[in-house]
Design a protein around this ligand. Sequence first.
Ligand code: FAD
Length: 414
Amino acid sequence: MTDRFDILIVGAGHGGAQAAIALRQRKFAGSIAIVGEEPELPYERPPLSKEYLAGDKPFERLLVRPPAFWEERDVTMLAGRRVVAVDPDARTVACADGSTLGYGTLIWAAGAHARGLPCAGNDATGIHSIRTRADVDRLVTELSTTDRVVVVGGGYIGLEAAAVLTKLGKQVTVVEALDRVLARVAGEPLSRFYEAEHRARGVALRLASSVEGIDQADGRVTGVRLADGERLPAQMVIVGIGIVPAVEPLLAAGARGGNGVAVDAHCRTSLPHVFAIGDCALHANPFADGLPIRLESVQNAHDMAATAVRTILGDPAPYHAVPWFWSNQYDLKLQTVGLSAGHDQVVTRGDPATRSFSLIYLREGRVVALDCVNATRDYVKGRALVTAGATIDPARLADTTTPLKALLTTAGSE
Ligand code: FAD
């Protein structure tokens, strides 16, 4: 017999959990189930490369809601089940365990899987990703026998892991293919600031370097070989080179997409009664000049969940949320708002040497994004500037004697 739910959510992560929460908040009375391949109830992923890796936060404190919450809200949790196929005509999904689930509406919130190292030796023991709780638990069991770690990828997750492991006393080398860390997401001054911070704490950086292969003995990692011939000894390799959206069953069922599944401004896929939200959703983002992008952030997962739920419940409003993100490394709290891609000018507000400053990104004179390091006030007010698409004289933006709040009232906007 096929269990059938009015709303079936695939993926028990940030987006999936938030969709169920929002449905019940809006008094949806039909049946809801969340099917997820991980064995856990929905939990927060950001601490995996921060407090959870450091051992500073137990897993129970990562849970999005306590177990009783889901029971009280009558949300059926189908944990440990992977969906492998979607039949949009029959409105069913097939799971890897052979079971079939029916739906009235499907919300695909399956996120992504970590991209693996595309080189020889990538199957050796001691190579880890940081995407799930299980990944981190596995990694942590090896830490007591690990002195040297190579982190492949100088993005947020790689740098956060490098910061934690350095604090735990490990000798860490970060290998980054581009010529600066965070190149995909931030301007050069921010990259150089973080590079200096990591180096000051003993992290070695290999920029513009690529991994040629993994050395191993008896199936265990012993080192990493770089394309220039250098060999970095290591007992552990952490791979942080991006993600692959988990959308194969949807694409196989005929949904439009490629790098993710394409959704419209209401998070509808091209399949009837099928929505997609979060990391896997390729959408035209108003803060990226309408270009099709995927955002990988808690904000995006939560706000898309709200958008899909509104549409399902007959109260549609197009997705128009300001992107924001954060990263914690050492005692540095980075908060970012807006999207800096495509900027043509960067204003530095404050002195990076004080370790409290902001970068303000402009495109054709408009404020499009801020990266704020230990500068929460700038972040809060900067958000309003990004939302308004404000046009402000760069010299005034750089002047720390004028609060951003004051600039907002005098700004021109679109
Ligand atoms: P997820 O939360 O990944 O949930 C998807 C779930 O679906 C997963 O449990 C997955 O296993 C499951 N699934 C996949 N395929 C299937 C299938 N076929 N069948 C059933 N289940 C399936 N964002 C921030 O904003 N700030 C941060 O500081 C930050 N730090 C991060 C640190 C780490 C280590 C990681 C990994 C991510 C971080 N992120 C951060 C990103 C953020 O966690 C993601 O953007 C967010 O989790 C996306 O939510 P989602 O619901 O789309 O996917």
